[in-house]
Design a protein around this ligand. Sequence first.
Ligand SMILES: [Zn+2]
Length: 112
Amino acid sequence: MPPFTRPERGLLADHARLLRCVQGIQDRSARAVPWEPDTVGLPRPRSNSALARINDVAFYANARDEVTALADVCAQLLRLHRPEEEHGEELCTGCRQTWPCPSFEEISRLLA
Ligand SMILES: [Zn+2]
């Protein structure tokens, strides 16, 4: 049966689910309208500190691009660390350790 019609099972399903989740973040961030003060406004400040307000504005202004960049890194790491069967054993294609490799386990833990 070709790989694209093979049902996903167990750890491969976990990898596919996590990659789909990250790809969803990539898609949403790519489609989102870039933030500008007039786009959606500014939330009410939590303090009277001008420095805190500048930090807030800088965060909102860069969040779309930064989320996209972080999602791209996650997707690339997941494409690098994915399972494959070799001689009856599941190994990671990236680090060649027994699947699930420590990198995938850590990515899963952090994105859970
Ligand atoms: Zn790995």
